[in-house]
Ligand binder design. Structure first.
Ligand code: GDP
Length: 213
């Protein structure tokens, strides 16, 4: 699965009035601060430095818009859940998310990046609900899977997959070892072309219907 060689940064939005033009299709990426979201975006897009990886999580509250191909965008939503984020910053995050999910007609899917060693966070569920409210498919990347052993990886995928149920598809992912990068690209391209993420069906993708029983 090829990357996006012509991907480019479009704009950063601190306020809804700064959102770029709402045409074509776009997939949003969300996740807790430090979940590995920036590294995941860079690995999937195939560019080392597209999204900034940071050592100071939770400091910026910007929505970053990237063009993947003309009319197709990837949207990097601000990280959440950092314990020391002041209330005013949290309120701004909420305001941005409500405006984004409430207004973007081009939104066609959501990726959630979560550290595979951590549980699903309350805010991850809030994001899933916002996407569901828009009828958008959700795909979860269990990141940093290089930190998990083989059995641990399989157990994590099964456990989180069961928790997500019908709400989202899920896969193992590592920006460092590149595990799952092709599947994630497939899921992204499927969303951008209007299919559910899992319809690109890499072997490591766990679909809701595979979790029953
Ligand atoms: P963000 O805050 O969610 O955008 O996360 P970053 O991409 O900036 O990554 C946060 C930290 O996790 C950094 O120290 C990264 O080096 C590390 N990290 C990101 N992806 C991986 C991965 O696949 N494996 C491991 N072991 N560490 C990772």
């Amino acid at each position: 699965m090829s990357a996006f060689p012509n991907a480019r940064f479009v704009t950063s939005a601190h306020e809804p009035t700064d959102f770029c033009e709402d045409f074509g299709v776009e997939v949003a990426f969300s996740g807790r601060s430090n979940s590995g979201k920036s590294s995941a975006i860079n690995a999937i897009v195939g560019r080392r430095d597209l999204a900034r990886t940071s050592k100071t999580p939770g400091r910026t509250q910007l929505i970053n818009f990237f063009e993947l191909t003309p009319g197709q965008r990837l949207v990097d939503l601000p990280g959440y859940g950092y314990a020391k984020v002041p209330p005013a910053m949290r309120a701004h995050w909420r305001h941005l998310m409500d405006a984004y999910f409430g207004s973007r007609t081009s939104l066609c899917g959501l990726f959630i990046v979560m550290d595979g060693r951590r549980p699903l966070a309350e805010t991850d569920w809030q994001m899933i609900e916002m996407a569901a409210g828009r009828g958008c498919p959700v795909h979860v990347l269990l990141s940093k899977s290089d930190k998990l052993g083989g059995n641990e990886s399989r157990d994590t995928l099964r456990r989180i997959g069961a928790e997500l149920g019908e709400a989202a598809s899920a896969q193992l992912f590592s920006a460092h070892s590149k595990v799952g990068v092709d599947q994630a690209r497939g899921a992204l391209k499927a969303m951008l072309s209007g299919r559910a993420a899992g319809e690109s069906a890499g072997s490591a993708l766990l679909q809701p219907w595979e979790r029953r029983g």
